[in-house]
Design a binder for this molecule. Structure first.
Ligand SMILES: C[S@@+](CC[C@H](N)C(=O)[O-])C[C@H]1O[C@@H](n2cnc3c(N)ncnc32)[C@H](O)[C@@H]1O
Length: 237
């Protein structure tokens, strides 16, 4: 059985307890700091509010630079880092991490069902960016030329997969997370998500026979992750 370690705390206070050279893949989805550009949720008379991803945790200033020292310390030399981010932070990720890695690339996730632009004044926000980085000798399972585009399509997380209570505004689809985990780690490896939300990275990791360590600051999301991951582990046993 693969192991799960879940921590309900502030990553910046607790990450120093993760041992050196112990992580094979950091796959994470930290705050985007996008709320400063948002006009808020849109109320419409004929349907439920359109979600513009306003969350309290997204209003706190987040800088990728704050993660460099610990990410370098805990990642094995064969490890990979993948982090979801947004247009406003991609330059900061590059500035903070590129100099420490042989390769810095990005993927685009195209959401096939983005929130509509009701006022038709601009593009739909249908793409999310995922930065990725590694050094020579990193774990890399090349899946075939046509499966290795740095572009992936999937709807946003919905239906049975989407948790209702609590509802997390940025729960990521398992399909995207599994695609990355398959490429960038092997069975038995340790996957780490220091901003785990409701534990989607953990679900994908366990279902692919990887071990998982997750940190989440919010008690409600943490409890939801714990329940979700324990259920997955029982169903796999
Ligand atoms: C974009 S969401 C991650 C969603 C996740 N990928 C999922 O599918 O559920 C970012 C998460 O980071 C958490 N967070 C923000 N600051 C944190 C911190 N300093 N330490 C730990 N978690 C934090 C938030 O509460 C939020 O749930």
């Amino acid at each position: 059985m693969n192991s799960i370690t879940l921590i309900n705390n502030d990553t910046f206070k607790i990450i120093n307890t993760i041992p050196d050279n112990s992580i094979d893949l950091i796959l994470t989805d930290p705050p985007y700091n996008l709320s400063q550009y948002s006009t808020g949720n849109i109320k419409l008379p004929w349907r439920s509010e359109l979600n513009n991803d306003i969350a309290e945790w997204d209003k706190i200033e987040f800088s990728p630079e704050l993660l460099v020292k610990d990410f370098l310390r805990i990642l094995k030399p064969t490890g990979n880092i993948f982090a979801f981010t947004s247009y406003n932070l991609i330059g900061k990720w590059h500035q903070a991490f590129d100099k420490h890695f042989d390769t810095f690339q990005f993927m685009v996730w195209h959401k096939t069902n983005p929130t509509p632009k009701v006022f038709k004044a601009g593009f739909l926000n249908s793409c999310e960016l995922i930065v990725c980085m590694w050094n020579k000798g990193h774990t890399w399972n090349f899946l075939g030329q046509n499966k290795m585009h740095n572009f992936i399509e999937s709807p946003i997380c919905m239906g049975k997969e989407r948790l209702k209570n609590p509802k997390h505004p940025s729960q990521k689809p398992i399909k995207i997370l599994k695609h990355i985990i398959k490429i960038a780690s092997n069975e038995g490896d340790v996957v780490f998500d220091p901003f785990m939300g409701v534990g989607s990275t953990g679900v994908a990791a366990l279902e692919l026979k990887r071990n998982f360590i997750g940190i989440e600051i919010n008690k409600e999301y943490f409890n939801a992750s714990k329940k979700r991951l324990n259920n997955i582990q029982l169903s796999l046993f």
